[in-house]
Structure formats: structure tokens, C-alpha cells
Write a protein that binds this ligand. Sequence first.
Ligand code: BGC
Length: 498
Amino acid sequence: MLAMMKVLVLVLSLFSAGLTDDEINSRYFPEGFKFGVANAATQIEGGWLEDGKTESVWDRFAHTHPELIADRSTPDIACDSYHKYKEDVAMVKAMGLDYYRLSIAWARILPTGHADKVNQAGVQYYKNLFAELKAANVEPMVTLYHWDLPQNLEDLHGGWLDETMADHFAEYARLCFELFKDDVKMWITINEPKQVCQGGYGTGLLAPGVVSNGVGEYICAKNVILAHAKAYHIYNDEFRATNQGRIAMVIDTTWYEPGSDSEEDQEASERILQFNFGLYANPIFIGNWPQVVIDRVAQRSELEGFNSSRLPSFTDEEIAYVKGTYDYLALNHYSTNMANATADSPIGDPSYANDISVLTWRQPEWPSGAADWFAVVPWGLRHLLVWLKKTYGDVEIVITENGLSDTTGIMEDDHRISYYQGYLSACLDAIYEDGVNLSTYTAWSIIDDWEWNGGYTSFLGMYYVNFTDPERTRIPRKSASWFTNMVATRCLVDTCTE
Ligand code: BGC
């Protein structure tokens, strides 16, 4: 009873903190604007060792580090989409969506990670999925790499710390471009390199769990960027003319609002954005790492006694090779923090966070998403979109993930509706008021899934999944019908204007 009361109070406080009707943008989404939902192989497929698939680093990590997964669970079965993909597609179709964003599990296609042995059963799974989507008139948006490195590549090469990874990824990418050239036109190379590198090879809190603070993450960043660029060039040179699709890397960031108008706080906000987003985006959109990152890591490395910067440099040739490897800017965004200047972290403990040395915090009045990393701040998305336009120019922006994470899983998820309404309203403000070239909004997610360290305790789905039922039954939450209606009307309120 007490638990129920708590949920109720929480939901009411989340709800009441949403935007009022007057604050929600009442323009229609522009003609041609596209909507989708997203998910990723590890989080929904299951079938972890089925039909020739081998372990990924996340399979291994969940099995060997249960203490780092909230409910000590594994993604072995997840939503069982490996068997139930037709149901997923039917749900996407019923919602009237343009895109279904999904990822290919590298270890399902190439069990060793290398291109020598192609697993036909794995290929067939994706062929079937694409055929189902085609019949439903929904376009696939396909991520080649959503964190699930084949364990064999980690064991043999040390994963993303190794320079040969760009070649291995490029081989895999070429194979997918070839295999699925008739099925896919909207490609994504890599999802959220920051999480792959900072979590996987810095703090070690994400798979493969390598702890190398302030060193591994920058080596990884360079290798991931080169891998992306190589895949882009292969696509560009060998497939673009016939496939006529588009390709980009997905980069994520929280928005960091300056804590005050002071020059120091403005600078702190810019610095943390450059470390978070610019580290990956600058090489692609501008050329080379952001100057502030080059300078700070070099300075601190020297004071720490390193012989050279912990941030590996790009050669001029590499800078030219990476620059321009995008067809659009793909953004994942969930939440906002405030950023204040603070004294530089003491020397002696190299880390990415210490390299940044910015104080981040949340306004107490911001509604929480009921997951501790989350605050609901729709205007943060608008500020971020404007910052992207200012920093990278008038490039087309595709939002590839945005959604509300909660720990209640309740079916009457008014707080999720309020989140979508607020964030979509911020998109309209950015389009109409700020002239941001935003073409697409992809929600995370259509179904509850295995949320990495959150296991099955963190809910983002518009459909609930019963993870204790062998059938993994999917049931729509209230937000599913709200979102369906929004897509049909292209409008966030009762009556919209052009
Ligand atoms: C990831 C997703 C994840 C989502 C919500 C993003 O960082 O790309 O895989 O499920 O956040 O936690």
C-alpha cells in the first residue's frame, strides 16, 4: 500500500510539473517530417547463442559482472524479438511510423567478428525482419554497431583499444552494405561512441569493463572515429550510387546549461559540451578534436608526468579522411544538467572527468524521470539544437533517441506522455522559431527492454513487456495511443495551426 502511495505521489508530481497547454507549441509538424521508434539488438533480440550467434562483450559482461547489473539479469532472452519480431513490426505499423530503428548484432552475422565466416542464419533473421518491415511500409534505420562487439575481437585484439579495429569494423560494414543493399537506405555506423569509450575503456562500468581512466577512453575514441570514417568511405565509394541511402554516426549528449551569465560559467558549459559531444563530432564535422580538449588534456598530461598527451593526435591525413564523413547529424538526447565553473581537479588522478573539471547539478524543481540520472527539461533539447546549429552549421539533424526512463513501469504513463509532449514541443520551437533543420524524431523506445546496467528495472517502453512470461507478452501503455494519435495528426494539442 505504501509502495502504491509512493508511486501515486511520484506520478502526480511528475505530471503536475509538465508544460501547461499554453506552453505547448500548437503548430503542425512540417510536411515531410518523419517519426520513428528505436531499439537495439542486445536489448531486445535474445537468442544470445542461437543459430550460430556467439557472445558479445555485453553477453560476457552481464554473465561475469552481475554486480554491475541492477537486477543481476542478462540479455539472454530479453524481449525474445529474435522469435517475436513480427509482433514488433506489427506494433510499429499500427503506430503509423515512418522508421523503425534497429541494430544488427555483429556476432550474429560474423561469429568470430572477422569477415571470414558469415553466419547465414543470422543474415536470414535480418532479411526476414526487413521483409516484414517492407510489407508494413516502414523504413528500417539500421545501426551497425550498438555496443555489442563480438567477444572474440575483444579477446584477440583488446577491442577498441586496438588500431586494427577500424579495419575489422570496415569489413563488417562492407558486408552489411552488400547483404542488405536492397533493404536498407538509412544507415548508422556506431551508436554513442562516448558510452562505448568512457564506459567501456575508461571507468569500466560498461562492457567490456576495461578500467583505464583518462587513457583508454581517448585511444578508443580515435579508433572508433577512424572505424566510422572507414565505413563511411566504403559506403560512399562502393555503395552510395546504387543504394542511394544515407549514413552517419549517432552521438549523444546531455544539455549543459550555464549556471549563470558569468563568462566562467558560459565557458564551463561550452567546455563540457566539447568534451562530451565535440570530442566525437568535431573530427567529423569540422576536422580534428576540439581545441579545448587538445589543450586541456595536453596540459594536464604534462603536469602528470606523461611524455605526451593522453589524447592521441590525428595526422593531417587522418584529419582530412575523417572530416566530412556524414550525411546528417544523428543525435541521442535525454536530459539536462546545469554547468558551473569550478577549480581544476588536482593533478595526479588522470581521468576524463578531471580533464573537464566542470561542476554539474540539477535544479531541484526539475521533475525527475524516476530514474536517478534523469530530469525532465524540455527546453534543454531546444537549447541543444540551437547550439548544434551554431557549432556545426545548418546540417540536417535526425533525433535518433529521446524518451523517458522510469523505474515504476506503470501502464497509465501520463508522465511519459508529458515528457514526449514537452520534448516534441521543443522540437517545434527549434524548427519554427530558431530555424533548426530538424527532419526526424525517433523515440526510445517502443517496448521495454534490457537496459544495460539497469537490467529489467528501468522502463522506457510505450509497450510494457512481461519479462516473467515465457511469451514475453507486449501490452500497450497509455503513451502508445497518445504517440499514435500524435503521429497521425502531426500535432501535440487538440487543434493545431499551420
Ligand atoms: C542508448 C540506449 C539506451 C538508452 C536509454 C542510450 O544511451 O543508446 O541503448 O537504452 O540510452 O537508457
